[in-house]
Design a protein around this ligand. Structure first.
Ligand code: COA
Length: 317
């Protein structure tokens, strides 16, 4: 089975609390926390690139896996906030890690990007052509924020999570993956950077209420689909690790599966929405805290711009 041999995460040191926004926006700690579940988020300084976050997380993942950079046969980075359009953040990250002669590319699938990368890497490892693939979910999305737009500025944070995947005969690994998307709804949530927008008009634009409604439905669908594909029921789960975008969306997903609260991992209050980094950041934190144990069955589920949504069931170990 394809399994996660090592996982690592990194978040920038600088923290922005809800109260900090009160100084320059018409908002309040109470509004932000009650609507989203967020209390603070990490912000990468201008000189810290997306690839720098990816490098820190990757080093930890490699260490946990007991591997060196020479063991990595491919690097896939999922991000919506790349250092540059080209070269890819995967190539920059690989170079900073000291790798040469390694296939490397980015994927753009917004918040579910890490789960998209997981399915791509799983399929490639199953061909037998590669031994270890490094996948990274990373964002410095706050660099695109319009700090005058209170409806988006308060929601996002920066971070990175990485996993080294391998394939072996053991009982642990990826039991199922499910990817989905609907580009017709893309207008509802966008990072407006690219050929469609004139220079200087950057920003994250979101129609929050409509995104919310879709997220609740699609997170629920993705959760059910991955369980079906793994031939499991919700009661077989030890953990639900949902994308951390909004506590009320997480709660709706929990209710759809009828899971007790203690089986749902939540860290949104400290990181906000870190998009593609959200799920590996949570997994690493769970491992670090001794919550994630060998043999645990974990359902990860995510939703984001595109729209894209995705899920995976993993038997941890
Ligand atoms: N502080 C204070 N008021 C704010 C605010 C802020 N930071 N942001 C928006 N508001 C205001 C709005 O302007 C609106 O005012 P109005 O009624 O006078 O127009 C009011 O609060 C209600 O806005 P609304 O969008 O209905 O609030 P909501 O309950 O839907 O919560 C979100 C807003 C953004 C928290 C919520 O819609 C959401 O989480 N959506 C999904 C976001 C998401 O997950 N995106 C990423 C997907 S990966």
């Amino acid at each position: 089975m394809v399994r996660i041999k090592g996982i690592g995460a990194y978040a920038p040191k600088s923290e922005l609390h809800n109260r900090d926004f009160e100084r320059f926006l018409d908002t309040s700690d109470e509004w932000i926390f009650s609507r989203s579940g967020i209390k603070s988020r990490r912000i990468s300084p201008p000189e810290q690139r997306t690839s720098d976050l990816a490098v820190e997380a990757s080093k930890k993942a490699l260490k946990r896996a007991g591997l060196s950079v020479d063991d990595v046969d491919m690097v896939i980075v999922a991000t919506s906030s790349p250092d540059t359009l080209t070269p890819s953040t995967a190539c920059i990250t690989a170079a900073k890690l000291g790798m040469d002669k390694v296939p490397c590319f980015d994927i753009s699938a917004a918040c579910p990007g890490f789960l998209y990368a997981l399915e791509i890497a799983t399929g490639l490892l199953q061909t037998g052509k590669y031994r270890h693939i490094l996948i990274v979910g990373v964002e410095s999305g706050t660099k695109f924020i319009d700090w005058e737009d209170r409806s988006t500025a308060v929601l996002f944070g920066d971070g990175a999570g990485a996993a080294v995947l391998t394939v072996d005969e053991g009982p642990y690994g990826v039991l199922s993956t499910y990817l989905q998307g609907d580009g017709r709804l893309g207008e509802l949530l966008k990072i407006e950077v690219g050929t469609a927008y004139p220079p200087g008009s950057w920003g994250v634009r979101m129609r929050g209420r409509e995104v919310f409604r879709n997220a609740v439905v699609q997170m629920g669908e993705a959760a059910v689909k991955a369980l079906q594909l793994a031939n499991l029921k919700a009661e077989d789960l030890d953990w639900l690790v949902p994308h951390q975008a909004n506590l009320r969306i997480i709660e709706a997903t929990r209710q759809r599966l009828n899971l007790p609260r203690e089986k749902v991992y939540v860290n949104i209050e400290r990181y906000g929405n870190t998009s593609a980094a959200s799920i590996p950041l949570a997994l690493e934190e769970m491992l670090e805290r001794g919550l994630l144990k060998e043999g645990d069955t974990v359902l990860a589920v995510s939703f984001g711009a595109g729209f894209t949504w995705a899920s995976a069931v993993i038997r941890w170990g």
